[in-house]
Design a protein around this ligand. Structure first.
Ligand SMILES: *Cc1c(COP(=O)(O)O)cnc(C)c1O
Length: 355
């Protein structure tokens, strides 16, 4: 009996998202998943664990709305922003007929969420600065039934900040036709570049956020979308009944209290400092041939031999992320900004490779 043959054809053909955890690798220093180098402890209240949680815990929506500067009606919370991406595909794209549009190299989950739901992914190459090519995108929008355009700012893995003028041009073009989703998973590392202020004017703009990166809570699985209340209602039609476990809601609401947001901001300032120093030193290494914009808690470097460095680092206990096989990223390795000690350690290793 071949059970695989029982599965949907598209699932048989699917390659699941190659998360850092799935790729695995055992080392000493983990700089492959853009996680925070340290964990924070939060108190829990188990007295409510016998009850089903709220689908959308009101105090959590209020806390995130206050943090993001929007109304609670403009917020939806889910199991990480990855789940939000899936909800957007399911609520807005007709399987087998409609498509999403991405500008690779970018975050891998947009196309995987689409594919999992039987939705085609169309691609528009970005320009030489990794900005979306508006002409190319408009051509596709005019010819194909695209229902969601996924953009990412700062972009993972290139670090590029989306230019405001381009976003506005694309919002104008997609008006009444498709959603524009801006993934702001790393926005805390470049907070003045948020596009939240455009939500009022463009009701088809959706901004995704997460507690996994700057807040240091990847293990919690908690992400958000900021959108028009009507979009929020549509996403709530397709979400699972109880996506947010009670302990998750408790920890997340605690992490969003002003004093804890302040701690997060201080950590971000420190990590940005560590990143800039590390990048500055690395750009002087003879075998680093290019570096990219750095606006998140990661740097992308191009080496003379990216695969060679990636492998040598792995053997030395540093788990990094190899992007060599991604479009336009030959010989590129992405390195998460860890603690100062971790980055000093990694730099010493890289310097050693020069000999
Ligand atoms: C890490 C990452 C996410 C995933 O966020 P979760 O909330 O942990 O699901 C989403 N988008 C981008 C661009 C990321 O790098």
């Amino acid at each position: 009996m071949n059970l695989a043959k029982l599965a949907c054809k598209r699932v048989q053909e699917l390659t699941p998202y190659q998360s850092a955890r799935r790729i695995g690798g055992v080392g000493r220093v983990y700089l492959n998943a853009n996680e925070s180098p340290e964990a924070t402890a939060f108190a829990l209240d188990p007295s409510v664990y016998n009850r089903y949680p709220e689908c959308q815990p009101p105090e959590l929506l209020e806390a995130y709305a206050a943090y993001a500067g929007v109304n609670p009606q403009q917020v939806i919370v889910a199991r990480g922003s990855d789940e939000i991406i899936g909800l957007l595909c399911r609520a807005f794209c007709e399987p087998g007929r409609e498509a999403v549009l991405i500008c690779p190299p970018t975050y891998g989950m947009y196309s995987i969420a689409a594919e999992t739901n039987g939705i085609e992914t169309l691609k528009a190459d970005p320009d030489e600065n990794f900005q979306p090519d508006c002409d190319a995108i408009e051509k596709i929008l005019d010819r194909k039934p695209v229902k969601a355009l996924f953009l990412c700012s700062p972009n993972n893995p290139t670090g590029t900040l989306l230019e405001r003028d381009r976003l506005i041009r694309l919002l104008e073009k997609t008006q009444g036709r498709a959603l524009v989703v801006v993934d702001e998973a790393y926005i805390e590392f470049a907070s003045e570049h948020t596009f939240v202020d455009l939500l009022e004017q463009y009701r088809h703009l959706v901004i995704t956020r997460t507690l996994s990166k700057a807040f240091g809570l990847a293990g919690l699985r908690c992400g958000f979308a900021l959108a028009d209340p009507e979009v929020v209602s549509l996403l709530l039609k397709v979400i699972d009944p109880y996506p947010i476990c009670a302990p998750v809601a408790q920890v997340a609401a605690e992490a969003l209290k002003p004093e804890n947001v302040e701690i997060m901001r201080r950590r971000v300032t420190e990590l940005n400092g560590i990143r800039n120093e590390f990048l500055e030193k690395c750009s002087k290494l003879s075998f680093v041939t290019a570096s990219f914009d750095c606006n998140g808690n990661y740097v992308l470097l191009r080496f003379k031999d990216g695969n060679g460095i990636f492998e040598a680092a792995r053997k030395a206990g540093f788990i990094l992320r190899n992007f060599d096989d991604k479009p336009r990223l030959k010989d590129c390795v992405r390195i998460t900004v860890g603690s100062r000690a971790e980055m000093d350690d990694l730099y010493a290793f890289l310097k050693e490779q020069e000999k």
